[in-house]
Design a protein around this ligand. Structure first.
Ligand SMILES: Cc1ncc(COP(=O)(O)O)c(C=O)c1O
Length: 547
């Protein structure tokens, strides 16, 4: 959720009186009240920014919010998000049956808690946790909380070993690529760990090259986070290479640096689409892995997971005891209460889909991504993701397919990565049409319902603009065909004589959300002991930047 500022209805009415557009819309004095079309007038005069003294009836409240949420984008056409948006009817029923359960109430809901434990076991097995070890894990609100827990465990281990050695333990740092999702930077900033961002290069797919990470590491490094599935382009960072370079480093310097894998998306794609890839607990230096159940785990928003290869990686100071039915349970989470329903829905998927079901969906997503990549590449675009590019025969796994012949539908035939298509206008197109701005394509696609982000690449390659489509289960081949026709029509229209008109339409940012603007805080007002704007770290780009 974004931070949102309190809105004073009176002040808002005053502000609207002078606004060039809003002074014409609605009776100014009613700005702070909900309007509804309902005949019973129940919802008339319901304040928008203070809790109504007397409530309205349930049907009216439903209608009001039902209508308002109809303004949201269509989740099916939301190609920007990694988050899953559809589950079968039986799953929905199960979710509704369990929507009122809090997973933390072990005493009251022991079954939900057992289901949680079985999910952890299944994932430990999927990620090849050592059979003789004691892998351990927990559900989280999403990958962000999972990353915070993974980071905290590494920080604590580093602190304890520094204390034991009588060394400074106040200046921890963590190393990851500048393509990291905001969750990684949040962990570092919220928990006082210095962020060491490894710049990325376009030639490397905008991801961290493990060789470039080594110079950032020193005795204060609590760990390296390797991203399995860059949010920008879907590329996988090389966990095995990072691990072997860290082995070399340890031989040279004695530094023993652990790896946490951010498998927010890849944790539920790589095991099915690229089973030969070495990225999980098979790599001994990997101490923890996070994933989002609500991405390719195929559950609705609100579920992540983090697992450690062994319980010894969790320092006892981080773990809290919950006394339950005479026994003791242990907890390591940021939030206390959490809904049980997403965890039950995760188990529904494990049971209903099984390994083969997940694999079938991953294969379909990868196939559809390749189809889209090829269409874009053969027209006006350069495709930056590489899951449609065949790997050279010598790089192919020794058993590329189960039938003894080369199966071109097998994702292992191609470069590994997420079912994501990242692309930009080709150099040729830009040369022929120097006035066309790539972001216009994003805006014009929105007018057809498609939600596709256009953003700058991470530090190191920030001048490159990237359009990105996440190919999720619900993006069928038919929809992709429609999308291809729409994006090509739009791009061609920008080239022609009508281009200037389209440009004018597209240059007004969509969608406009005046009500949202009213609640947006002013960053200049946030508390800060720094004296001038110059003191604010600059140079951050991509999805998030320091405010
Ligand atoms: C690589 C990566 N890490 C972390 C996250 C944060 O995940 P969540 O939204 O589950 O908190 C994302 C979200 O897109 C991501 O792509």
């Amino acid at each position: 959720m974004s931070l949102s500022r309190h809105v004073d209805a009176e002040a808002l009415i005053e502000k609207c009186k002078n606004h060039p557009h809003r002074k014409h819309s609605s009776a100014g004095s009613r700005k702070g009240l909900h309007q509804t079309w309902r005949r019973d007038e129940d919802a008339a005069n319901v304040p928008k920014y203070t809790i109504p003294r007397t409530g309205i009836n349930s049907k009216a409240a439903y209608q009001l919010l039902h209508d308002e949420t109809a303004l949201d984008g269509n989740p099916l056409l939301n190609l920007a998000s990694f988050v899953h948006t559809w589950m079968p009817e039986d799953a929905n029923k199960l979710i509704m049956e369990n929507i009122n359960k809090n997973i933390v109430d072990l005493d009251e809901y022991p079954a939900a808690s057992l289901i949680h434990n079985r999910c952890v076991s299944m994932m430990a097995d999927l990620w090849k946790a050592p059979k003789d070890g004691k892998a351990i894990g927990t559900a989280t609100a999403g990958s962000s909380e999972a990353i915070m827990l993974g980071g905290l465990a590494m920080k604590k281990r580093w602190q304890e070993s520094r204390k034991a050695a009588g060394k400074d333990h106040y200046h921890p740092n963590i190393v990851f690529g500048s393509n990291a999702q905001v969750a990684l930077e949040k962990f570092a900033r919220y928990f006082d760990v210095e962020t060491r961002l490894v710049p990325v290069k376009e030639t490397n797919g905008f991801i961290m090259d493990p060789h470039d990470a080594i110079p950032f590491i020193d005795e204060n490094t609590i760990g390296v986070i390797v991203i399995l599935g860059s949010t920008y382009t879907g590329h996988y960072e090389d966990v095995a290479l990072m691990s072997s370079l860290l082995d070399d480093l340890q031989e040279r310097t004695g530094l023993d640096i652990p790896i946490h894998v951010d498998g927010a998306s890849g944790g539920f794609i790589a095991p099915f689409a690229h089973p030969s890839l070495k990225w999980n607990f098979e790599v001994p230096r990997v101490v923890s892995i996070n994933t989002s159940g609500h991405k390719f785990g195929l559950v609705y928003a609100g579920l992540g997971w983090v697992l450690w290869r062994d319980e010894s990686y969790l320092h006892r100071d981080l773990v809290f005891e919950l006394h339950y039915l005479g026994s003791v349970e242990y907890s390591f989470t940021l939030n206390f209460s959490k809904p049980a329903a997403p965890i039950i829905a995760q188990m529904y998927n494990f049971l209903n889909l099984g390994f083969d079901g997940y694999k079938k969906i991953a294969f379909k997503d990868m196939r559809n991504s390749r189809m889209l990549s090829r269409a874009l590449e053969s027209t006006y675009f350069t495709v930056l993701s590489n899951i449609h590019r065949p790997v050279s025969p010598e790089k192919r796994p020794s058993t590329p397919n189960r039938k003894g012949h080369i199966d071109e539908d097998d994702p292992e035939f191609y470069e590994a990565g997420l079912p994501v298509v990242a692309f930009r206008l080709s150099d040729e197109f830009k040369k022929e049409n120097p006035n066309v701005q790539q972001e216009w394509i994003q805006t014009l696609l929105r007018t057809k319902g498609w939600i596709v982000p256009n953003y700058n690449a991470p530090i190191g390659a920030e001048t490159v603009e990237i359009l990105r489509v996440v190919v999720r289960e619900t993006l069928s081949e038919d929809l992709i065909e429609r999308f291809i026709v729409d994006i090509l029509t739009i791009t061609e229209s920008l080239q022609g004589k009508d281009g200037a008109i389209f440009a004018a339409i597209a240059s007004t940012k969509l969608p406009t959300q005046p009500d949202h603007d009213d609640a947006r805080p002013e960053s200049a007002n946030f508390g800060d002991i720094r004296e001038s704007a110059e003191a604010v770290p600059s140079g951050q780009t991509g999805f998030s930047r320091q405010c």
